[in-house]
Design a protein around this ligand. Structure first.
Ligand SMILES: Cc1ncc(COP(=O)(O)O)c(C=O)c1O
Length: 353
């Protein structure tokens, strides 16, 4: 606390990111990173940018990247926006599109940054409980609102919604923006980008941090009709003209172009997830059906915090959320390499023996 703080700073409860320990030799399955690393072509494109041209500002609009993404998804270039990680895209879209008199709605169990943005921008919000199967139920959102946001698949549950349900949201809430945060969509879900042409109220947000393994580069994007994109550009240009540096723009273009690397690595993650879920079941764990690069799992007889601590003693880090109470007995485990997941299974066998 300080007398020098603005009034709003006293009220903030900032987001707490998953731990990034300095220790080596850890099996780090706590922040949903991709174990396979970025496309070698993306790395080469970034290395080529480490040059004298860094004395010049980058392209403020990231035009080649917008064109690459537009081509990838078959949408016009004026439907695409990019930012410094999807967290920044979210940070711009909350004030641009979700701040209205009626409350913003999002699930009670979801990405914990959403209430943090609401605090920062003083956005009135209501949380809507997931149903008993930890699913988002469109009928529960039938109430007055100024906007809706949810991840698909949801985090930290990994549970996905079919496109028909997304479309139902868009139809029932035609008078407000529905943001679908697709951070994990490439691990088994169907993207709502295909609905953008028909729904002026849909904004899809994605990231290169997960399926393209560039969490360290910080590139996120949004796709929607031009009136929504214009709102984002207006807020962005009132905040930071150059959110993506030259290295990030070049790396992101090359990562989108290297479809073979993308497909190979995400398929490996999906295959490992299915194997790992099956192993967990044999150890008595109950795992929610996941379409993401992580699983959300509980053991009916063992305390989740204790399990996380025992794994940590064996140099394996997973994520445990103490709150809300309803998920306090779950662990969120990122899908690593087959070797990392096998080591985790071995450790769990020891612990449960
Ligand atoms: C649901 C969801 N949305 C957005 C993000 C932010 O991703 P990034 O800022 O790395 O693009 C995350 C990160 O874990 C996430 O889980």
């Amino acid at each position: 606390m300080s007398q020098f703080w603005s009034k709003i700073v006293h009220t903030l409860t900032p987001y707490v990111p998953g731990e990034q320990p300095k220790l080596t030799n850890l099996i780090k399955l706590n922040t949903n990173e991709n174990p396979y690393g970025p496309s070698p072509k993306a790395l080469a494109a970034m290395q080529a940018q480490i040059a004298d041209t860094l004395k010049l500002y980058p392209d403020a609009a990231s035009t080649p990247l917008l064109q690459t993404i537009a081509q990838h998804y078959g949408v016009p270039v004026d439907h695409v926006f990019v930012g410094n990680g999807s967290d920044e895209v979210l940070a711009l879209l909350f004030p641009a599109l979700l701040k209205h008199d009626a409350p913003l709605l999002f699930p009670d169990i979801t990405y914990s940054f959403y209430p943090v943005y609401c605090g920062l921008y003083e956005i009135n919000y209501q949380t809507v409980p997931l149903n008993a199967r930890f699913e988002i139920d469109v009928a529960d959102y039938d109430r007055p609102c100024g906007g809706i946001i949810f991840p698909n698949p949801n985090a930290p549950t990994g549970v996905g919604l079919p496109l028909a349900t997304i479309e139902e949201f868009l139809k029932r809430h035609a008078d407000c923006v529905v943001v679908v945060d697709e951070a994990y969509i490439d691990f088994g879900g169907a993207t709502a980008v295909t609905l953008v042409a028909n729904y002026p109220n849909l904004l899809v947000v994605q990231t290169l941090s997960k399926s393209r393994s560039l969490a360290g580069l910080r590139v996120g994007l949004a796709i929607g009709q031009p009136h929504l994109i214009e709102a984002l550009v207006r807020v962005k240009d009132s905040f930071n003209s150059y959110p993506l540096d030259r290295v990030a723009q070049a790396g992101a273009v090359a990562a989108f172009e290297d479809v073979a690397w993308f497909d190979e690595t995400r398929n490996k993650v999906i295959t490992t997830r299915e194997w790992f879920t099956n192993e967990l079941a044999q150890l008595g764990f109950e795992t929610l059906p996941s379409q993401a690069n992580f699983v959300f799992t509980r053991h009916p007889q063992r305390d989740a915090a204790e399990l996380a601590a025992l794994l940590r003693e064996r140099s394996i880090i997973v994520r445990h959320f103490k709150r809300p109470e309803r998920i306090a007995q779950f662990l969120r485990i990122t899908i690593g390499t087959p070797e990392e997941c096998a080591a985790l299974v071995t450790a769990l066998k020891e612990i449960l023996a």
